[in-house]
Design a protein around this ligand. Structure first.
Ligand code: COA
Length: 424
């Protein structure tokens, strides 16, 4: 096991120490226990993947855990260790505990045969130093009620049903539609355990910030569900006039008509004035549907961060949008097995099996390098949402053979922007 900083010991956390783990989490994230939250929100941890650093005296000082995900990548999926529950007690911070926990995470993920790790960062500057690249971005829009949408035929024929969201009644349909709606979109991780699916519906009053309970609207063609949105409204009045807000947690739909029907409903709820979108891909259908694309309030945030743990396996697990043959000189300060020269040469076109893109062979080589790149930038490019050429503009990728940068950028890109719809 990874050596811990002086005065600490790396341990697996058994379920019997759940209370201590939760106490570290609360201290790190600054919240107090609340019986209503604790009763309603299921714990999603896998105890075989939950770790801590224990200080002298036996108290937990830092914790982390991971989920075993299948990460959708361009043209396929790859086993992925989803890093989560990272927290260090404020009175133990900046002594290297996170650095040690990350090493443990890499080592254990690698030993389980997970060539990639992914995470959502609480603060964006934390994880780049560990070789995580910012691989997906999300938009959050605040849209005025009544924003017009371009027409989509068939939208008006779909039925709507509005209900209070309830895990027992809706979890299966949400899981099925969510999975189908995201087919082909890199990063679209599914909630793959009962606990994660149940937690998606957890709605304790302290989390509502004064808004109503969680609602679900489904669109249907006959008895077939074609899409859903999870959302809530917050009642508000300004000088006697309605000023309610709509906050949307997730929208997923199987086709354009269902997408249009859902947004037509969400953008025109009585007594509301503004609608806050959930995390949307930068190429989300809503951006194509809005008649007035000048949204006053649009925020772009980092979504998934990706770390390549086993570079040749990870790069070989995705497809490439264009043929290429490039030698990458890779630096990796933390996982030296990834460092060195790698040839990425595309072969068979996926069209042979009805798919899109090209498979690639990734092999160590002593040929001269075409591009120099750190593993962090390769992680950023991995889901096809970040251009190697754009990173070269910032000096993060260096070209040694004319033409290699554009060739690699076209190959690593992908026509569908990456997104994970839920934070973990
Ligand atoms: C973020 C957190 C886990 C860092 O733990 P830590 O044990 O203090 O981190 P380390 O001492 O191992 O720091 C490693 C490096 O990361 C840097 N770093 C740590 N947290 C950082 C932050 N929030 N922003 C920028 N840099 C940070 C450190 O300065 C250090 O840099 P160095 O190697 O150049 O000296 C801890 O401060 C914490 O629990 N914060 C609140 C909860 C949280 O944000 N968790 C992360 C959830 S994704």
């Amino acid at each position: 096991m990874t050596p811990a900083p002086d005065g600490y010991r790396t341990i697996e956390v058994p379920e019997a120490r759940k209370g201590e783990l939760l106490a570290v989490d609360r201290l790190a994230f600054a919240f107090s226990p609340d019986p209503e939250v604790d009763d309603e929100v299921p714990l999603t941890l896998d105890w075989t993947r939950t770790m801590a650093l224990e200080g002298t005296g036996g108290a937990l000082a830092g914790v982390h855990a991971s989920y075993p995900f299948a990460l959708p990548v361009p043209g396929g999926t790859v086993p992925c260790s989803g890093l989560t529950w990272v927290g260090v007690r404020p009175d133990h911070r900046r002594r290297g505990l996170l650095g040690s926990m990350i090493e443990t995470h890499f080592e254990r993920s690698g030993a389980r045969g997970e060539p990639v790790s992914a995470l959502f960062a609480a603060e964006a500057p934390i994880y780049g130093r560990f070789g995580y690249g910012q691989a997906a971005e999300n938009l959050r829009l605040t849209i005025a009620r009544g924003a017009a949408l371009r027409d989509v035929s068939g939208s008006a024929d779909l039925d709507l049903r509005l209900e209070s969201a309830d895990a027992a009644a809706h979890s299966a349909l949400v899981h099925a539609v969510h999975g189908a709606a995201g087919a082909g979109r890199p990063g679209w991780i599914e909630r793959n355990t009962d606990a994660l699916r149940a937690r998606h519906f957890a709605d304790p009053r302290p989390w509502r910030d004064g808004a109503e309970q969680l609602r679900i609207v489904t669109v249907r063609a006959g008895d077939q569900v074609r899409g859903y949105a999870l959302f809530r409204r917050k009642e508000d009045w300004a000088d006697g006039r309605p000023n309610g807000k709509v906050r949307i947690a997730e929208v997923a739909a199987l086709d354009a008509a269902a997408t249009h029907r859902l947004w037509s409903f969400l953008l025109d709820l009585d007594l509301t004035t503004t609608v806050k979108s959930p995390m949307l891909a930068v190429d989300d259908a809503l951006m194509q549907l809005l008649v007035d694309v000048r949204v006053d309030n649009a925020v772009i945030d980092d979504n998934l961060w990706v770390r390549l743990l086993d570079l040749p396996v990870a790069l070989g697990a995705r497809r490439y949008a264009a043929p290429t043959d490039v030698v990458l000189e890779v630096t990796d300060a933390r996982l030296p097995a990834n460092a060195g020269r790698w040839r990425v040469r595309t072969g068979t076109s996926g069209a042979a099996d009805g798919g899109f893109g090209y498979d690639a062979e990734v092999s160590a080589t002593s040929d001269p390098a075409d591009l120099t790149v750190d593993v962090r930038e390769l992680g950023a490019a991995y889901l096809g949402g970040r251009s190697l050429a754009a990173m070269a503009g910032a000096g993060l990728v260096v070209e040694h053979r004319a033409g290699a940068l554009l060739s690699a950028s076209a190959a690593f890109g992908w026509p569908v922007a990456p997104l994970c719809t839920w934070g973990f």
